[in-house]
Design a binder for this molecule. Structure first.
Ligand code: BEZ
Length: 212
């Protein structure tokens, strides 16, 4: 097991899931991906998380992002629990859940943090770009459900900044003004940012979001 860092290639694996065997890189195809782990099936916070992700299917698809969940429970457990998620969260789980009983993927992605729990995966999130590189990692404890609006917000920033010479400031949301990256000279600004810019300090230059 090696720590996965931003910019690393997402390790490939083959695993059994509720939608059949998945070769991760093939499954990602040319798009973006989210791989996220949860501690265990039939647990309350996880039930709300997976129900929420199912409801966000269109939001992920609009961003060309496929989502796959993982826990160390087995396929039969996953299928039974999906019925509960659908019933209690008023949705229909529409993404695969990996059954990582032998902890192969959890180990590959360092999703088990022994000082938190020796057997269960923590709440890890990996966002993988269409170049198969890791763009974001998040780790939450079992006791705190994740904010999937925040995940979409970060994906919007990642996909914007992958193609435009901007960065996104604190609390940015899609459509808000962006920061011009320091490597852009003032001379380059008119061509790169024809909507204009505001220089608050020489190192703090704002521009309307270029792709809006
Ligand atoms: C939950 O998903 O509710 C949960 C899972 C493991 C530990 C604590 C809570």
């Amino acid at each position: 097991m090696k720590t996965i860092r931003l910019g690393d290639e997402a390790p490939n694996f083959t695993a059994n899931s509720t939608e059949g065997e998945i070769n991760f890189h093939e499954w990602l195809g040319e798009g973006w991906g989210v791989l996220f782990s949860h501690p265990a099936d039939y647990t309350p916070v996880c039930t709300t998380e997976l129900g929420t992700v199912a409801k966000y299917k269109d939001a992920f698809a609009q961003r060309n992002v496929k989502v796959v969940a993982l826990s160390v429970d087995g396929i039969d457990s996953h299928h039974g629990w999906i019925k509960d998620i659908n019933e209690t969260q008023n949705t229909s789980v529409n993404f695969p859940i990996i059954a990582d009983e032998d902890k192969k993927v959890a180990t590959l992605y360092d999703m088990i943090h022994p000082n938190a729990d020796n057997n269960l995966t923590v709440r890890s999130v990996f966002v993988i770009g269409n170049d198969k590189k890791v763009k974001l990692t998040l780790t939450y404890p079992a006791s705190t459900g994740r904010n999937f609006d925040e995940l979409l917000r970060v994906i919007d920033s990642l996909q914007l900044t992958a193609y435009q010479k901007v960065a996104t400031p604190a609390n940015w949301n899609n459509g808000d003004d962006c920061v011009i990256v320091p490597s852009v000279s003032n001379e380059q600004i008119p061509e790169l940012f024809p909507k204009g810019h505001t220089e608050i300090k020489p190192y703090l230059r704002m521009t309307p979001q270029p792709n809006k």
